[in-house]
Design a protein. Structure first.
Lengths: 251, 607
């Protein structure tokens, strides 16, 4: 079952770099991250890559494999033909630090700028009561492992550096939607979503949802409903309330 | 607050409290320190939100009584002590059981969304060793919920976070105790120092010293080793938890965790003969509370009050040893594990809803559909019970100004940790550490401690050595050898001769790391990072092996083939590790005495 795979890995840093070819052993069941680790241990000790859980839970090992944004630890070598050259490059939307590691501080800055959770008062018995169906909507978005693959793929920022200033990207627009649908949250974030985070720039291409390793329906369940509510806000607060209580997520 | 140190060109910061680690314990500590008015910094090796806590699956143990109103802190306390075979520090176990419910509810005030009961309360699930369904959870991604909630809270409060920085040395002086921490930025390889009178260690565990482990590269035992080198002590280091259910196949994912909730939700263990073998491994100690037949075990899932718990949900040490024995007896699965079967016990829909990430994990990584087939599982190194010896109420270590909380702290879990008790431990003792560190810093303000240039120069020279050396040892090779040895010789079942062999190996590796060399430069260089982690891994490995050799009994996460039973004398003793001149020494210390009102809780026989 063991074979020698052909790998092409981007090596370099902010000053420049390029693709380099390697031949690395592959065993049954291995994922791309295993191969990167073998490369580190045997041929390129200083090859830079981020990872933690190796189980698709932490969102550290994001990169582009044959041009597609993916997690290195969830991409099986078995998905490729044994003779195929597998090309691994860093996420394109973020500045390179070294090799496969990029500077993702854009994401942390956006996260910090979103108005935080503001809970309502507790019930008379001192606890918050919520029904499972009502928490499920925001729970879907809280599955996000912050791999930033959706941020990487979204064309609004992928090729338009300038837009980063005014556009939060799918992950953080979804965070606003999450708080907006949170049964306990009391703050109306519709105005800032539109005016400070660039919700209007999303033209619902759904590329973000397609690459999400958690399978979150970012566009259908977060962005589109948020857009609808922003529109509603201009006319009728009751519609908004209705939407907040009545909507059920995409299966 | 940054300033350049003249001559040395090291980035320098001043804080009241520096928290090393951004998992649950570190974040909770930082939030508390900040709220008490301390200028607080968090330092962590990975990006924010990626610490090990994110991987926790099953839940947070807290006796909120939302599902079983009979539950209360006394029952939780009792379960915890019995799970740890009474070697726990009673006071830590007490504080933990008493405060966990408030800590969980507080998360909800900060935006966490736990799964609900029909009455709209936080739902609680069953786990091994817990008498009642007690684990607050979100599907099987509870750790993600916990870390994200705390992370978002810390960011909302504006606490400074230094991501991708590794602390390599704690700075102390004789007058003040703790004066700061020294480290490097992984990204640039530049050095950095945080000057502060209080440092909280929240660095997690040690699993990367083992080959088969559920732990990530971060678990190189840094905090354990930093504390020891600064003059603090470690307790209970011989106790390492092997989680019974790690993946065994494909090799690429060997060791990856399968949450205990699979068993909590009804999954059972079978050998190659299809037998539910756990009924053959019920120890005397847990006989009274464990079902001895399948019918009763199965009824228990719906009615805990009138039935005893299935043996699959015995504490982890018991289950891991049982699996080990089945495999040794030739009744294992094709890849050297046993079968964990939920497919035949629950509907596909239920499995996908209650265990979504397990479903996902097996599908993606092993091409196994767990709603149709059993999983192959075997023990994996998971958690270290041992850690920095702390004062229970304040989380203070033996050095002034040093605190420890979370997995890096010792005592709370005794010889074996119950599932779910770690996440609650992080919250309870993280908060306590944050409060004590803040008040210590407030008292120190008048005398601003100093970090000397000599101390910094020495720390820097040590860190740069592997980059400057040519043609020395490869850190990856040494790491692999250490992992092999620890796995083979200091694993679940231990013997005197193997432990001695392990110590010899560690001694020779300690020599060899004097001669490490790495290729490349300082900018984001994993080879160099590993070279700097290796001394820590060797230090903790030495602690584990030495303590394991010394303890002539079997208890919890320490099983000696040559001393197979627990001994009352050892049951009254802790082993304490300290370091002098680069080598670890042990002392025996009597267990703290439990007060009578708590001791009576162990007299009644359980239902
Ligand atoms: C797969 C898995 C599932 C689990 N499931 C559960 C569960 O369901 N319930 C439960 O209660 N427990 C569970 N546990 C155990 C629990 O998750 C851990 O014990 C706990 O999260 C540890 O938290 P912590 O805050 O102590 O450390 P961590 O979350 O590991 O954080 C350690 C932090 O310290 C930082 N750090 C380490 N060294 C340095 C250094 N030298 N310099 C700077 N920073 C440093 C790291 O970067 C990281 O930020 C599970 C563990 C695993 C591995
Ligand atoms: S749907 Fe919107 S956010 Fe998602 S990729 Fe398209 S434009 Fe970007
Ligand atoms: S929404 Fe999905 S793709 Fe985007 S950061 Fe979260 S997990 Fe990654
Ligand atoms: S390493 Fe955690 S998601 Fe890949």
């Amino acid at each position: 079952m063991t074979y020698q795979a052909k790998l092409r890995v981007w090596r370099g840093d902010a000053e420049g770099g390029g693709l380099r070819d390697y031949t690395v052993e592959v065993n049954e069941g291995e994922v791309v991250l295993d191969i990167i680790h073998r490369l580190q241990a045997t041929q390129a000790g200083d090859l830079a890559v981020r990872w933690n859980c190796k189980a698709g839970k932490c969102g550290s090992c994001s990169a582009e494999i044959n041009g597609r944004p993916r997690l290195l630890c969830l991409t099986r070598m078995g998905d490729f033909d044994e003779n195929e050259v597998v090309t691994i490059t860093p996420m394109r939307t973020f500045p390179v630090i070294r090799d496969l590691v990029t500077d993702v501080s854009y994401n942390y800055e956006k996260a910090a700028s979103i108005p935080g959770f503001v809970p309502r008062e507790k019930g008379p018995d001192g606890v918050h009561r919520m029904q499972q169906v009502d928490v499920e909507r925001s729970q879907e978005f809280r599955k996000c492992i912050e791999c930033f693959l959706c941020q990487d793929v979204c064309h609004v920022v992928r090729d338009h550096e300038d837009n980063k200033k005014v556009y939060a990207g799918p992950r953080f627009l979804m965070r606003i939607a999450e708080l907006d649908m949170h049964p306990l949250d009391n703050l109306d974030r519709r105005k800032v979503a539109q005016e400070n985070f660039g919700l209007g720039m999303c033209n619902i291409t759904k590329c973000c949802s397609e690459v999400c390793p958690e399978g979150i329906h970012i566009t259908d369940n977060a962005l589109i409903p948020l857009k609808e509510r922003v529109v509603d806000r201009k006319y009728d607060p009751l519609t908004w309330l209705g939407a907040k209580i009545g909507r059920r997520p995409h299966p | 607050m940054a300033a350049e140190l003249p001559g040395l060109a090291i980035e320098k910061h001043f804080y009241d409290v520096v928290v090393v680690g951004a998992g649950g314990a570190g974040l909770r500590a930082a939030i508390e320190a900040h709220e008490q008015g301390a200028r607080t910094a968090i330092v962590c090796k990975s990006l924010l939100g990626k610490a090990h806590t994110v991987m926790a699956e099953g839940g947070i143990a807290a006796s909120m009584g939302n599902v079983y109103p009979e539950d209360n802190w006394q029952v939780h306390f009792r379960d915890t002590m019995r799970g740890g075979k009474m070697l726990n520090h009673w006071r830590m176990a007490q504080l933990h059981a008493q405060e966990a419910p408030d800590r969980v509810r507080e998360l909800e005030d900060w935006g966490a969304l736990f799964d609900r009961t029909p009455a709209g309360l936080i739902s609680q699930r069953d786990f091994g060793g817990h008498r009642f369904a007690r684990l607050a959870h979100v599907g099987d991604r509870t750790g993600l919920e916990l870390i994200r909630t705390l992370q978002q809270r810390a960011v909302q409060l504006g606490i400074d976070v230094f991501m991708e920085c590794t602390v390599t040395k704690l700075l102390t002086d004789d007058e003040h105790g703790m004066v700061g921490a020294f480290g490097y930025r992984r990204e640039s390889g530049e050095f950095i120092v945080w000057q502060s009178p209080a440092v909280i260690l929240a660095t997690g565990g040690i699993g990367k010293s083992y080959k088969v482990t559920s732990n990530s590269w971060e678990y190189s035992g840094d905090g354990h080793s930093l504390a020891l080198k600064a003059g603090a002590t470690l307790v209970n280091m011989e106790f390492v938890q092997f989680h019974p259910t790690g993946m065994v196949w494909p090799l690429s994912v060997k060791g990856l965790l399968i949450t205990e909730s699979v068993r909590g939700e009804g999954g059972v263990l079978k050998n190659s003969e299809g037998k539910r073998f756990m009924f053959d491994y019920i120890p005397e100690y847990f006989k009274a509370e464990t079902a001895d037949n399948e019918a009763e075990a199965d009824r228990w899932y719906d009615d805990h009050s009138n039935n005893r718990r299935p043996p699959e949900l015995l504490p982890r040490d018991e289950v891991a040893r049982a699996i080990n024995s089945e495999v040794k007896a030739g009744r294992g699965s094709p890849h050297g594990g046993v079968f964990l079967d939920i497919a035949s016990r629950r509907t596909a829909e239920d499995i996908k809803r209650r265990l979504p990430s397990m479903y996902h994990q097996f599908k993606e990584l092993a091409e196994v559909d767990i709603t149709k087939e059993p999983m192959e599982v075997g023990p994996t190194c998971h958690y270290v019970m041992g850690g920095v010896e702390v004062e229970p109420d304040t989380a203070a270590a033996k050095i002034r100004g040093l605190y420890a909380a979370g997995e890096v702290a010792g005592g709370m879990h005794g010889s074996n940790r119950l599932g779910g008790n770690s996440l609650s431990d992080l919250l309870v003792f993280g908060r306590r550490a944050g409060a004590s560190a803040a008040s210590h810093a407030a008292e120190q303000k008048a005398t601003t401690p100093r970090v000397t240039d000599e101390a910094l120069a020495a720390a820097r020279t040590a860190a740069l050595a592997p980059l400057e050396r040519q043609g020395g040892e490869n850190p990856y090779t040494i790491h692999a050898e250490l992992q092999e040895s620890m796995n083979a010789l200091v694993g679940i079942i231990r013997t005197e001769s193997e432990l001695q062999q392990a110590l010899d190996k560690i001694a020779s590796l300690k020599q060899r790391i004097q001669n490490l060399s790495v290729e490349g430069k300082r900018r984001y260089n994993p080879g160099w990072h590993l070279a700097l982690d290796l001394p820590n891994m060797l230090t903790v490995s030495e602690c584990i092996a030495k303590a394991a050799l010394e303890r002539h009994e079997s208890r919890g996460g320490h099983t000696r083939d040559d001393h197979p039973t627990p001994s009352p004398e050892w049951g009254a003793l802790n082993l304490i590790c300290s370091e002098a001149d680069g080598s670890v020494s042990l002392t025996r210390q009597p267990l703290p005495q439990m007060p009578d009102d708590l001791a009576t809780l162990f007299k009644e026989t359980p239902a």
